[in-house]
Write a protein that binds this ligand. Structure first.
Ligand code: F6R
Length: 261
């Protein structure tokens, strides 16, 4: 796991966009794993800027979302499919038919999850997965206690996550759905490169456990310690509880420029 704390936090979306551009250059039909929430928005802004500048085309790329709320009406603005349409799909030249998400409105949710796993495999697997992290240590919506080998399935959100996400629902915790479909930790671990971004002091405990704690279902993101290619990009607030932050900074400063993420 490589921990990067850039001197200038505004570099974070630039570094992630650089990695995506390098991937698409060597593999134009690459498969991206995309996250929702506030953390990746600056990355999508940077991708859109590069697309508008003629520097990036996702015309042949595919994308898979991490998760979806169960039961939110099709037109609800916070349905993750709609959030991704607005923040990502509509601003790039990716074919909307190639942007996939779990179907939180399916009659048979278990079958929808199995179907999602099949579609990821048929697409050849995820090349680069963007991740945020919850204050309770979740990635996608794998809440504490999730099996470290889990696949796409229905999960119940913790009250902490519903409190955290109430800001997207006018501050009304009761409006935040209780259930979601989410890629499992095993599904995420199959991605060839995972890039996790955490911003702000509110994430510092989760980040400390992610990078320096024991691997445990209590902090689900810790499974990434077993990933062969995991990049963790942090701003100073998110990095504020790390024991080894001086070492991470020193290692990054002396990293060869050609290496990328
Ligand atoms: C969203 C997702 C979640 C978020 C996490 C952090 O698709 O998978 O794990 O990444 O809840 O959310 P923000 O970025 O809003 O702090």
């Amino acid at each position: 796991m490589e921990v990067i704390i850039p001197n200038e936090p505004s570099q974070i979306p630039v570094l992630v966009a650089d990695a995506i551009c390098a991937l698409v250059e060597r593999k134009p039909d690459a498969t991206l794993g995309i996250a929702t929430g506030s953390t990746p928005l600056a990355i999508y802004d940077e991708l859109a800027r590069r697309h508008d500048a003629g520097e990036l085309s996702l015309a042949r790329a595919k994308a898979f979302m991490l998760d979806e709320y169960v039961g939110l009406p099709a037109e609800h603005p916070e349905r993750y499919r709609n959030v991704i349409d607005t923040a990502f799909t509509s601003r790039l030249d990716i074919d909307p038919a190639n942007v996939h998400g779990p179907d939180g409105l399916a009659d048979d949710l278990a079958e929808a999850c199995a179907d999602y796993e099949r579609r990821i495999v048929e697409a050849g697997g995820v090349d680069l997965q963007i991740l945020g992290i919850g204050t309770d240590g979740h990635i996608a919506f794998n809440e504490p206690g999730s099996s470290l080998a889990s696949r796409t399935r229905i999960k119940t959100l913790t009250s902490q996550t519903r409190i955290d996400n109430a800001r997207f629902f006018g501050g009304d915790i009761e409006a935040v759905p209780r259930h979601c479909l989410t890629q499992g930790l095993g599904t995420i671990m199959d991605a060839r490169h995972v890039v996790l971004v955490a911003l702000g002091k509110g994430k510092s405990e989760a980040v400390h456990n992610l990078t320096e704690g024991p691997v445990s279902a209590l902090w689900p993101a810790t499974i990434l310690q077993h990933h062969p290619h995991a990049s963790v990009l942090l701003d100073p607030g998110a990095a504020s509880r790390l024991q080894l932050s001086d070492y991470y900074r020193e290692a990054y400063e002396s990293k060869p420029a050609w290496q990328g993420l």
